[in-house]
Design a protein around this ligand. Structure first.
Ligand SMILES: [Zn+2]
Ligand SMILES: [Zn+2]
Length: 569
């Protein structure tokens, strides 16, 4: 942490105390717990007598400002635990905190007649906390323990200058405006229902986007010799014991009964792929064998953390498993890195961070095997010309991995693609192939995804492009707008020709004037509009209009079809 970050943290933590002071004056019965600084600001967890509502925040903020204007010095003293226990005799949370602090004394921060248990690190007086904002209320648990006492968390942020706070608020407004949940509703793409919390419903237009993302990746997979499979969503529980998922992951899995036997809904696609591999003897000549699967997985998430398409309970992974020899890892990983960069660049993600995670303290497989696989990943990254950082010891116990992190147009980072080398899966499922000297040996398995969760990637794209999805994946790529109904037969013919080359196209059937039709298409964020009047019909041309209002006149049908096909690749 540099000095600036350290100071910001001190300011924000002090703002949390200021919030607690305001609360203790306005709602004296509230039990305070802890109030740390965070990456984005600060929060304070507390137990009120009646739950706070959003409407309370302005009132709390106003009191905070008054207290700031009083410019109380913030002092820090060490007091005996006996004294502290007396101060907090009615607050079981603070008493528990006191018990857990080593030593015989605890720190106490005091401002005016308010005090708070704290180990220190504050600004000198409340007057230095001027530019802050309370941003919301959410649920929390005491000590982040799901079975513990439910609390309320008030979030906020603070900055050293008014300008920084304004910039932050503008950025927040921007995020809210382009929130994918809002865009999803506005553009009729997807919905969520009480009947299936965390399970997204895709409407025709949303499904068209998912299909377009799939089609784009399938094309790349085909040219790289992937073979697509599909495996069941429900599989016997035994399989998940064997794979190790049950042991490590059962709290996030769903189970069901079929004919008295216990089954699990798959949280991952790997075991299914291994069963396909094992259906017949495999020779080294078949390697690398690449099995791709657009697999729907289900994972239990707490209802409190569900968040649109970003955090769901069922999602589709663009999963692939490559079964190969150790010597093939490098060239396979190089090809995956190239494909991943290609896909991410296609969607205007150019700021890609790559991290390589190496052997952790607890791991399986020999040091030699780890060294070989890790070197293969390093060589592949080097050959791809990739800058990467090393996360020493952060690999999974069953092999090293590469992670791709992207930055979107609003500056947020997302982890999407991963490449995971796995020495364990083949062992676990007794997967073997026959070598060139007729012995049996285990392949290395490379798990990889590029989009990660297709649903989440869709959500990221929506926000990244602010709803204006690129031509390739737009649900309706072209909208045909006729000036009057006279041009309808020409429009219908054009639509058919465009559909034949795989373009998603609609005709505006309304009786609106052309300006109204353009407005509608713009609101629907359609990338291309084709305007047809009598002149266009006569000359067998079209006028092409883009979202930004730019127009091209007199385009012939063959040229339009060729252009559309190019943009659809
Ligand atoms: Zn403090
Ligand atoms: Zn896998």
């Amino acid at each position: 942490m540099n000095a600036n970050q350290e100071n910001l943290k001190i300011l924000r933590h002090s703002a949390a105390h200021l919030l607690a002071q305001a609360i203790s004056e306005l709602f004296p019965e509230t039990l305070l717990t802890i109030g740390p600084a965070t990456e984005e600001g600060f929060f304070y967890d507390m137990l009120p007598t009646t739950n706070f509502r959003d409407e309370d925040l302005p009132k709390i903020e106003a009191r905070m400002l008054e207290l700031a204007n009083q410019d109380y010095p913030i002092t820090h003293t060490e007091i005996s635990k006996t004294e502290a226990r007396k101060l907090y005799q009615n607050n079981p949370f603070k008493l528990e905190l006191i018990d857990n602090i080593p030593g015989e004394t605890v720190g106490l921060a005091t401002q005016g007649n308010f005090y708070d248990l704290c180990r220190g690190g504050h600004v000198a007086s409340t007057g230095l906390i001027k530019h802050f904002k309370l941003s919301g209320i959410s649920g929390a648990y005491w000590r982040a323990n799901r079975d513990g006492q439910a609390l309320q968390r008030i979030h906020g942020t603070a900055f050293p200058t008014a300008q920084e706070l304004t910039d932050y608020e503008e950025h927040q407004a921007e995020l809210l405006k382009y929130d994918h949940r809002r865009l999803g509703k506005q553009l009729d793409l997807f919905s969520f229902h009480d009947e299936g919390p965390g399970f997204p419903f895709f409407h025709p237009k949303g499904k068209a986007v998912i299909n377009a993302l799939t089609a784009y990746l399938r094309k790349i997979q085909r040219t790289h010799n992937y073979q697509e499979i599909s495996t069941p969503i429900v599989l016997n529980e035994e399989l998940w014991h064997k794979s190790g998922h049950y042991q490590h992951y059962k709290d996030n899995m769903y189970f069901c009964k079929i004919d008295d036997a216990s089954y699990a809904i798959k949280p991952m696609n790997c075991p299914g792929s291994a069963l396909v591999f094992k259906t017949r003897p495999r020779s080294y000549r078949e390697l690398p064998l690449k099995l791709a699967e657009y697999g729907l997985v289900h994972r239990h998430e707490l209802s409190g953390v569900l968040h649109g398409l970003f955090r769901v309970r069922s999602f589709t992974q663009d999963d692939a498993h490559i079964y190969c020899m150790v010597d093939q890892v490098e060239s396979e990983v190089l090809s995956i890195i190239e494909n991943t960069n290609k896909v991410l660049n296609k969607f205007n993600f150019t700021n890609i961070e790559i991290a390589l995670s190496t052997k952790p303290a607890k791991s399986m497989g020999s040091d030699e095997l780890w060294a070989k696989a890790t070197d293969a990943l390093k060589n592949a990254l080097r050959s791809a010309g990739a800058n990467y950082k090393i996360q020493e010891g952060e690999g999974a116990f069953y092999g090293p991995k590469i992670e791709f992190k992207i930055k979107d147009s609003m500056g947020r980072e997302w982890q999407c693609g991963t490449v995971q080398v796995d020495f364990f899966l083949a062992e676990n499922f007794d997967v073997v192939y026959t070598t060139d000297n007729d012995t049996k040996t285990r392949p290395v398995v490379i798990h990889h995804v590029i989009y990660g969760s297709m649903e989440r990637f869709f959500g990221i794209l929506l926000e990244h492009f602010k709803g204006q999805l690129p031509f390739l994946i737009a649900p309706v790529q072209i909208k045909i707008l006729t000036i009057t109904d006279t041009q309808k037969p020409y429009a219908i013919d054009l639509k058919q020709q465009l559909e034949q080359v795989g373009i998603r196209v609609e005709i505006d059937q309304s009786s609106d004037p052309i300006s109204g039709k353009i407005k509608t298409a713009q609101l629907d964020k359609i990338p291309w509009m084709i305007v047809i009047g009598n002149k266009e019909v006569e000359n067998k041309t079209v006028t092409l209009r883009y979202q930004d209002g730019k127009q091209e006149f007199g385009i012939s049908t063959p040229k339009l079809l060729a252009d559309a096909e190019i943009h659809n690749k």
